[in-house]
Design a protein around this ligand. Structure first.
Ligand SMILES: [Fe+2]
Ligand SMILES: [Fe+2]
Length: 353
């Protein structure tokens, strides 16, 4: 796109060099304001190509003749509604990631935005300096979903390794897990699986499922995923959706269909009080039952932001206590038969401590 097609040169400033194919084009659909200027400055400094439009009408006209890589759109447009504008933008470019921005942010509005097709939702008070990382996460997430949900649109063959790499990169890009967590829970899960003498292909499915267990969290809006304080009931509902979202991402890939079951059911409990399906006992896929013990072991011994790390002996007692309620009793017995040192060695390797 050349400077002549930019809709509002006064807001855009002097044209930069012609973008190469690796330049990310960001369209800021918001009225001129100090905030818009700050967003623009930070994004230009971060190397993005930035276009600005002041009205919904201008934005639609621009998108009808050109495309951008990501749209940041105020909910309140000077000549209309940001939701409507997003719908029109998505009609023109169904794969366009759109981030809605609201002056009066609320959980309800965020939910409404995500359900209406927004990739993310921001408060107008968002620190402009956080924009580059927010954009990077959204573009990565979008590419992953595009790759995974509609693999048939790919123009070149996609290997399973490439898909796994992309998914794991997306997990890391969003800081969903503490460094070492995925590696550690996967190693714990496989240490249990090894004692069951499972066929190789089943081991492979379990390993992939363990690695990808929380992939669905990449679709959780930032204001919930990174909320420093306790979550509200509604935010917890949103957070719990990650199991189903992760399943929906993995299941369309034939080689990940078995792993997708672990992703879906990794928060089920033996007594049927887990989620998302409330499965009980043997209804829960065996890989998910193994993983549940591994995840609890890591949660207790590696600690969480709200709970300090505990000794392995404490974890063993806690898992024993939940035998038959949270966990498969036979698998708990298997876990207890493995010496504590085995778990400690895996932990040290994963966390390099
Ligand atoms: Fe999870
Ligand atoms: Fe996790």
């Amino acid at each position: 796109m050349g400077p002549a097609s930019r809709s509002n040169p006064a807001e855009i400033g002097s044209p930069g060099p012609v973008a190469d194919c690796s330049t990310v084009r960001v369209l800021l659909a918001m009225q001129p304001s100090p905030r818009q200027q700050a967003f623009r400055s930070v994004l230009l400094a971060a190397g993005y190509e930035v276009w600005c439009t002041a009205t919904a009408r201008e934005t639609c006209a621009l998108l009808a003749r050109d495309h951008c890589d990501i749209l940041l759109c105020d909910v309140q447009q000077s000549d209309g509604d940001g939701f409507q504008l997003m719908a029109q933008a998505l009609q023109l470019h169904p794969d366009l990631p759109v981030i809605l921005i609201a002056e009066q942010a609320s959980v309800d509005l965020a939910r409404q935005a995500i359900y209406a097709g927004a990739s993310d939702f921001l408060s107008a008070t968002t620190d402009p300096h956080n924009l580059p990382i927010i954009l990077e996460r959204n573009i990565t997430r979008h590419n992953v979903q595009h790759t995974c949900v509609r693999p048939q649109k790919a123009t070149s063959p996609i290997t399973l390794e490439a898909v796994l790499d992309t998914l794991l990169t997306a997990i890391n890009a969003r800081d969903i897990e503490a460094p070492g967590h995925s590696e550690c829970v996967t190693a714990y899960t496989m240490a249990l699986a090894d004692r069951l003498a499972l066929p190789t292909d089943q081991r492979t499915h379990i390993e992939r499922g363990a690695l990808l267990h929380d992939i669905g969290k990449i679709a959780i809006p930032d204001h919930i995923l990174y909320k420093p304080g306790p979550l509200t009931a509604e935010e917890w509902d949103e957070m719990r959706r990650h199991a189903l979202t992760g399943y929906q991402m993995c299941a369309p890939i034939p080689a990940l269909q078995q792993a997708a079951l672990i992703v879906r059911h990794h928060h089920e409990r033996w007594d049927g009080t887990g989620y998302p399906d409330g499965l009980r006992g043997a209804q829960i896929p065996p890989g998910a039952r193994l993983f549940a013990i591994a995840d609890a072991l890591d949660a207790i011994t590696a600690g969480r932001p709200y709970r300090p790390a505990q000794p392995f002996a404490v974890a063993r007692e806690e898992i024993r206590r939940c035998r038959g309620t949270q966990f498969d009793p036979e698998l708990v017995d298997l876990f207890l038969s493995i010496p504590e040192e085995t778990w400690e060695t895996i932990h040290r390797r994963a966390y390099r401590s």
